[in-house]
Design a protein. Sequence first.
Lengths: 249, 152, 810
Amino acid sequence: MEERPNALLLKFPGTNCDGETARALETVGFAPRVVPISTATPDDLDGVSLVVLSGGFSYGDYVMAGRLAQLVTRQKLGDALRRFRDRGGYLLGICNGFQILTKLDLLPHTSLVDTISGRFQCTWVKLAKHGDRSPYLKLLPEEFELPIANAEGRLVTETSEQAKALVEQEFAALTYVDNVNGSFEAIAALQDETGRVLGLMPHPERFLYRRHHYDPDWNGDAEWGWGYYFFRSVYEAIVNEPALAGAEA
Amino acid sequence: MTATATYEIVDRYKEPGDCSALLYAPLDLTLTYRATRRYTVAWTGGEQVAVDAFMRATLLDGVSQEMHIGEDAALSGYLFALDYGMKPGALDLEKEAVLAYYRGLAEEPGFHLEQFTLRHRIYIFGDAAAQPERFVRDICNPAIHTWNVIHA
Amino acid sequence: MPEAASATSIQPKKPTYQHIPFLHLTEAELVDLSGRMKLSLSGEDMLAVQKIFQDWGREPTDVELEVIAQTWSEHCKHRIFGATIEHTTASGTETIHSLFSTYIKGVSERIMARKPGFVLSAFHDNAGFIQLDEDKAVCLKVETHNHPSAIEPYAGANTGLGGVIRDILGAGKGAKPIASLDVFCFGAPDTKPEEIKADDVIHPLGIMRGVVRGVRDYGNRMGIPTVSGAIQFDPAYIYNPLVFCGTAGVIPIPDIDKTMSNGLRVIAAGGRTGRDGLHGATFSSAALDTESHEEDQQAVQIGNPIEEKKVSDFILAAREEGLIEFVTDCGAGGFSSAAGEMLSECGGEIWLDNVPLKEPGLISWEIFISESQERMVLAVKEESLPRLKELADIYETELTELGVADGSGILKVLHHGETVCELDCARLHTAPTKHLASTFTLTATESAGAVTSASWAEDLKAIFADFAIVSREPIIREYDHEVQGNTVLKPLAGAAGDAPQDAAVMLIDGSERLMAMSQSLLPEWGKTDPYAMGQACMDECFRQLVAAGANPDKIALLDNFCVGNPHDPAELGALVESVKGLADAADAFNAPFVSGKDSFYNYFETSEGPVSIPTTALISGIGIVEDAAHVTGASLRRADSYLAILGTTDAALGGSVFARVRGLGDRLAVPGTDCAAALDLYRRYHGALGKGLILAAHDVSEGGLAVALAEMAFSGKAGLEISLDNLPVNGEVGAAARLFAENSSRLVLEIPAEQLDAATEHFSGVPFAILGRATGGHCDLRVEWGKETLLHTSISELKSLWKNGLTPYY
């Protein structure tokens, strides 16, 4: 019998993409569970293979995107997420989740700030893959499309050299083919040394089905949208590591 | 004894903007602006270093922003600046978010917060003929804001 | 009383309510009192209130007067739609006993009787529901928030959307909001400041920016995709901008019906109560003037979307666990109208001491009628309370025990141990019927004659650069229209992802069926022929839904009216005519209204006299798409397909963008709509979708056929070669009308080359013609009529005009 690996979605007040993200995880084979931060404890991570911080506006993102969620996560979970990563867990931040992850020191030192146009941008973007470290991108082609929807999606580093280094050292897992928001080195997604921690601004959960694409004639051969292959990639990575699937902390 | 301090947050990566984006009709003058946020804190029962640390942890993004501590303006070379914020009774969502976080802390962060105010500041640069009235009219709304103009 | 009452035991010494000497006041004194208390009640109303208390033999409390004023306000009671109107036209005078009962509800009830099982709830709940499939129903509600948006655009729009989302959360036992629409009417963004003839009026550009950002910041944070909308620009809206916000929801069918019963606990959830929310309902029943921008600042609140998101998560979780017996939103009138609605038959007690306050010192009536945002009121079984409190903690929202239903039939409000309000609910709903007079004279009867042009291409470019037509893309992209991951027909789509569509189509989790959503408004038509406007709006909304894939027999519509001064017989006459147009169309389309709203007093006293808006009807609708294969966009998909038109083109140019751009005057006759014939066409079209005969379809509306063709080609897939020789026309129709007429009931279809014969066969017997082909040979729009080439113009040039028209302003 196939064991479904457990995926845990942390939900903050204002997180609003947890439903469709859970749907995508379920579709590719995970057993997803949404846990509101008010009830979250480090014990919730036991037996979990993948932790997802999904999109939305945690606490309204009023001071800056992800700041209060970062502070509250530290209060509630301490360094449990780091320990989870260290024991081989997978950690994914999408959009607001990425914004939170950059502040939890689980990804290279960066920040996501207002887009260069100063606007919220809800549009589809073409993305390019870099390197082959990422277990989330294995089933995806070198270039593919996903939708974005954010006002604070411009990735910046303290110096421009740091951004270059992120690309050279393959911390930048994805870049925008057209740099829509002024990100340094057009970086759209960042990973850690292991590849198991990934943050990305685009929303793979919004391109689960083929008919999610804006063009009704899109890529007539593909059975699913690219988002399916994104989540399916990490699913396969996890089930192919029997030590991790269903592992206790 | 209540002490106060002002913290001004400047975005390092935001280029000066064209002032016509702030106004309802085109400008004859060449003007640019930069926007910052100024937080004024009044506290008791602690040292300023504790307040500075709290503000840095809560308000500042170390990668993309700088924090200027003090009453004086963080930027220079401007013609005038417009400070505005929510008037008493009007909901300030950012302020409420910070206060809710502060109130939810398990223990006080080394001081007791008495008052916390947030003002947006817009610095105007360029042609010296510029007057603040249009900026006030088009940016501030007496239904929710109070404001004051700071001359350089 | 529950324990929470003792938590606020430090009570002010000052009394929190008072009895008002009332029984012996003269009418003049009553009117004066209404003004001082800002009750917005007329002398007649005040006398009726006095009569109630004379019958009871006691003076009212201030709380009771405030409750009655809220209950009887235009916003809550829709007394103009319920009024007796003497309506005079060239054919005589008739007496209409309630526009609502006669034309909206009456017609809809007849339609519902003709299609049993389709409408599951209409007119009595916060939104009407129609059946989606065996298990689920969908609903839509649209509200206006005009006056607050005029004073503070950001906050006004943001609380407008927040309010209509709560309507959905309060529909049935709590529907899940799944999509929003927004429709605005503004002055042109390039209005010269010196053209605004009043102080303290916010420039249309400021209104537009503020309103859009208000919708953006609320909708995006709530995680509800804003998928559909429209903007009208007209100088008449400079002083009275219109802001319509709508939200659709989905619910399991068994959770639609809700009933109050003796013993249920009334609880409030969400935000706290403060002075910020005072006198909004009565405020929207009064016209704006310059002073209102200074005096009534309290009416403008700022929304807190995260507060609403938390209460939304709480309500949906509670409903799924079966913990909710009744729920309603706390909108206009605050607790008084929410609790009043819940307890109107059953009766019960409300305990103001328990209400969590934003600031200390609110007196009784302030707490009871405050319209502070983000609050919901529920009725639950006592044994459900512990689990509800847990859920409130999990989702970090505040839950308050507000009262109890007791079967007494009396609404009793307690504060500090005293009864501050005790009203027999039955008497609350006996507001006097208003008596009004209206007139209508049709002035737009002229024909444009033979319109010539030096260059039809230049006319087309002028139309594409007009604010009526230009792409709303800069605004649409500020809205998250894809959150929830269910938007399959997006507001901008086609091969390039940026071409306009007729309707949005949403997947519904857990269903094989989808929901289409669209809307129409044509105020330009209404300026001269409001009846024609009413019909055409219905046709356009209906047609857009059908074009996108909805079954024409499974469409429900909503009517929202905005009117200037209802005491001006001509303005009221325009309303009457438009309502009749709507009602006749609904009857012909067999499409019921399931909800509606109205907003009056959209006029403004400028330094040069009063300015009213044109009577504006917004028709919005939802339709059931039964098969994902029926979802049809409005963008060209192939370079070898055929283009065809369904429907007849009329010579009338009244109300068209062409007539306005070319300055043809405002007395041109507006085209009529044959809704019964249209329904036949739409059913035929829907049948063609089922057979796979249609690749794309676009409705012919603002800008006419030439604009529709070019917009289809904005996908960038091909050029178009079109001949208008076989265009089905009504009488003598010249080049101008063939290209630019905006009469109803027409669709441009893209037909795959291999289905040409099948399609021609399928559409035999109805007005249908093949107009030409898509071609990979060039990227131009070529239109010929007889020997004349009317248009030969670059599609990318048109697209660039269209796409960049709004970018300098937003």
